[in-house]
Design a protein around this ligand. Structure first.
Ligand code: HEM
Length: 473
């Protein structure tokens, strides 16, 4: 694929001698982030800063800092001063990025830059736009129908497989069970590999890479998680490289085949190396987020039986059998409940960016080369936007109440601007296809006496695996 040597859309300062945005970002890539001490916030305790609070008590950290310093504050996390932005105007400035001033690559590189190198989310500006255009062709309606056809039989057999637990009245660890199901789905739908030993090996390599992305020690030390993660990445690279030629010539409905054949109207397509990088990133972007959001929703429905019944009634009103692609928009009540689960437990609660040049965010003067994090955990709980924000209340998204419409950036579980989640419709489709099958088969209840805690980072997950009781219907 031919990329422009220079970024033509480098904003108002562009001049013959001025570096492009991409060059500017490259020049800052190893520079330490700007000190932000002129802005509201604190550095936290010596050495660790706010890192422990951020990791172990994320909600409290966000709540306490917001109460003391407002919806835009600095804190020191993982050794860097980071400006946390939850004010909706500030969120809009960063996500919409009218001046092309915020680098995704630099914002995410510390966390996932090596394990998920060159994924779409780690590309910037003109290069990102060109890569995204190609990827878009793998998400057109015709391809989505194919994905649904691949996933429906697996969802059916996977959910049916939970029946013994239901029959015996044994608790089912929902999080682990849905994780296994979404991994199996990923093997078939994303990679076109049938379940079996090869799929298991791939799933293991992929799980190791994801686990490594939150490792505190990001160096390849024997026996540590990061080493296993990088070995997982190398295994996946080889797996993809070996299959590219046959997939370019094949007619599979899976996403890997779609990526190998994706071509824009202008004839742009990915090189082999780019296909490998995009596929590895995509597996990560798709898997844990969907697992997390299905878990949050089922947890909420187990606690709110009235809503569970409403969703079941709606599920039963559709033709029997698996979800048909043309019926997907008929699940309106399910949509409300899913939106609410994503508000309370956004799978990507912090979105990293680096401001390249000095700028203004929500009225604050922010120096160039500053680390910025867009925080839905702040905005999604603002009392001036949401009524009783800590409660599960899907009706708030109804057309009559439409609380999310109070600001264009009151609600952004799928991000916004040029990097808006490209898999949003796929994720919604998958969760709907799953819930349709699940709610028609079972009633789900909390395990009596069990207290679950939802940990919000790196991706929301129940600390104890969410044991639930299923009743067969
Ligand atoms: C409920 C499920 C999901 C949620 C909440 C979610 C959320 C997000 C968010 C917030 C971003 C933007 C991050 C940023 O701006 O820094 C993003 C980007 C992305 N997501 Fe998702 N995601 C989900 C599922 C998926 C799925 C199923 C796929 C693929 C099939 C996917 C693929 C991607 C990709 C490729 C990007 C990068 C887009 C770009 O940079 O242009 N996501 N996602």
């Amino acid at each position: 694929m031919n990329l422009p040597a220079n970024d033509p859309a480098s904003g108002p300062q562009s001049a013959a001698h001025a570096p492009s945005r991409a060059e500017l970002a490259a020049s800052l890539s190893s520079a330490p982030c700007q000190d932000l001490s002129s802005l509201p916030g604190t550095n936290g305790p010596p050495l660790v800063g706010h890192t422990l609070q951020f990791v172990l008590r994320t909600h409290d950290f966000v709540r306490e800092m917001t109460a003391r310093h407002g919806s835009v504050f600095r804190a020191r996390v993982f050794g860097h001063p980071v400006l946390h932005v939850g004010d909706p105007d500030g969120v809009k400035t960063v996500l919409m990025d009218r001046d092309r001033n915020f680098s995704n690559r630099l914002g995410w590189q510390h966390a996932i830059g090596e394990l998920f190198a060159n994924g779409l989310m780690l590309r910037d500006f003109e290069e990102h736009r060109s890569h995204r255009r190609i990827m878009q062709t793998a998400f057109r309606a015709e391809a989505m129908r194919g994905y649904l056809d691949l996933m429906n039989p697996l969802i059916e057999s996977g959910v049916k497989g939970w029946r013994p637990a239901a029959t015996n009245g044994e608790p089912l660890r929902f999080y682990l069970s849905i994780k296994k199901l979404t991994l199996d789905l990923a093997a078939e739908v994303f990679l076109g590999v049938p379940l079996g030993p090869q799929a298991d090996r791939i799933n293991q390599a992929f799980s190791d890479s994801v686990a490594a992305s939150i490792a505190l020690v990001k160096r390849e030390v024997p026996f540590l998680a990061y080493r296993r993660g990088m070995e997982g990445r190398r295994f996946l690279e080889q797996f993809f490289f070996d299959l590219i030629d046959s997939r370019r010539a094949g007619d599979g409905a899976d996403m890997f085949t779609q990526f190998c054949q994706a071509t824009t109207e202008d004839g742009e397509r990915y090189s082999d190396r780019e296909i490998v990088d995009h596929m590895i990133f995509l597996l990560m972007a798709a898997h844990d987020t969907t697992t997390s959001s299905a878990t949050s929703l089922v947890w909420a429905l187990a606690q709110n039986q009235d809503w569970q019944e409403k969703l079941r009634e709606e599920a039963r009103s559709l033709p029997s059998g698996p979800l048909g692609y043309d019926d997907r928009d008929r699940l309106k009540v399910m949509e409300l409940a899913f939106k609410e689960a994503l508000r309370l437990y956004p799978p990507v609660p912090f979105m990293g960016r680096r401001a390249l040049e000095p700028c203004e965010i929500a009225g604050m003067e922010v120096p160039g080369n500053s680390a910025v994090s867009v925080v839905s955990l702040i905005t999604h709980f603002r009392e001036d936007i949401w009524s009783a924000p800590r409660e599960f209340d899907p009706e708030r998204f109804s057309t009559q109440r439409a609380e999310e419409k109070q600001h264009t950036h009151a609600y952004f579980p799928f991000g916004g601007g040029a990097h808006t989640c490209i898999g949003m419709h796929f994720a919604i489709l998958q969760v709907k296809a799953f819930l349709l099958e699940f709610l028609r088969r079972y009633r789900v209840r909390l395990l009596p006496g069990h207290q679950e805690v939802m940990r919000p980072i790196p991706i929301p997950h129940p600390k104890k695996g969410l044991p639930v009781i299923l009743e067969t219907l």
